[in-house]
Design a protein around this ligand. Sequence first.
Ligand code: HAM
Length: 457
Amino acid sequence: MPKVKNKIIKKVQEKKAKVAGVPELINEPIKSNKKTPQLVRGFKDILPSEQKYFRFIGNRLESLAQDYGFEKIDPPILEETSLFSRAVGKETDIVSKEMFSFETPGGERVSLRPEATASVVRAYINHGMLNLPQPVKLYYTGPMFRYERPQSGRYRQFSQFGFEILGDKHPVLDAQLIILANNFFQEIGLKTSVQINSIGCAVCRKEYKTQLVNYYKTQKANLCVDCKERLYKNPLRLLDCKEEKCSIIKEEAPQIVDWLCDECKNHFVKVLEFLDEVQLPYNLNPSLVRGLDYYTNTVFEIWPEGEEKKSQSALCGGGRYDNLIELLGGRPTPALGVSVGIERTILKLKELNIEIPDREKRDIFVAQLGEAARKKCLPLYESLRKEGIRVAENFSKDGLKAQLEIAGKLGVRYSLILGQKELSEGTILLRDMEAGVQETLNFNKVIKEVKKRLENQ
Ligand code: HAM
């Protein structure tokens, strides 16, 4: 049975490829015979049909970075394991369960990066960016790796883009970062809700943790297995548990905002006031604690509107990490950042059928009939391209019908057609694809004529 299904899928692929002229591959890989290597679980090919989404998001990212004054940084994908255990935290799920770590032949313990903030901070310290005018505003994009249980919206390799602001503690920056991230989703057509909380500084959080643990100890018998462990290893994460019985217990738990010291409270109030100034709605979410240990004060996530309850629904997350630079050996320096999950954003765009602009449109298609015509069309294509005309072709095809079908698919305005007759007469046909009419042009004047028509349309 699977063999028959595979055959049918293959036929559909072949048919699509014939019509489009470009490989329109189906995203779910066909299970082929055992000799063919398969994808590693949780990993994906990003096929040609997916690329327009990545291009679209990449373009939006570049324009946001320009508007808000961020410079690009490309940290490596592989880092010393200790960078993440120190920055993200030994007891976090990311470090304790989800890293792809191994030893190099030279004996170094390294990990594929599960996130990029730690790398940006390392680079900031390594390259003496502390001595540049502050804040230093950096952005990045690329793959991250986490050994999580794969499911929709959760992969073992996924892409993020992110913005980090290092060297300034003003609350206006917290608000501006949230505005920036929210603008990204608004501008690509997604409706979202901003979730925000403050988890205070080391001092007030310590006091709060004691209260939290005391409360949860009274409920210990009713907690899930993971939460029983969290109670001792990472109590803040108790608030993050999605198990129903733990959610009920959470409702009565002490809230951190009631335990913030004056400085942390003032900072948080100012962030909220700035958000109010731009009338950005937010949800004060007392159980938002984030899964990485480096945060201080403001934390936030942006969720798709109406999806507040799903655990893997956050489109982006971020916050302040005022102690991280010092923790990694730099001088005390406040900082904050946000990272957006690109695949999750794409899933949402697709779910809502939001139109994404395709590749830059082509204006003209060059079609040829026969080997002699092909030889003339190859340099003609190059000349048209050099003149800045957006031109397409499919020179390996023989039949005119197949070529014009491709031209139609690409939505070009004109096709140039060179056959035996035109070759011998020194002419070429120009077909208006919309009107379906053709005229004969002098081959030597074709570039000038095409330009004239494209300018007048
Ligand atoms: P994070 O919340 O771990 O934060 O990840 C940010 C976003 O990456 C998530 O909201 C989600 O969209 C996406 N994401 C995370 N894990 C997966 C996965 N397994 N599959 C697909 N998408 C995923 C950070 O990474 C921090 N570095 C954010 C930050 C920047 N904080 C300060 N600066």
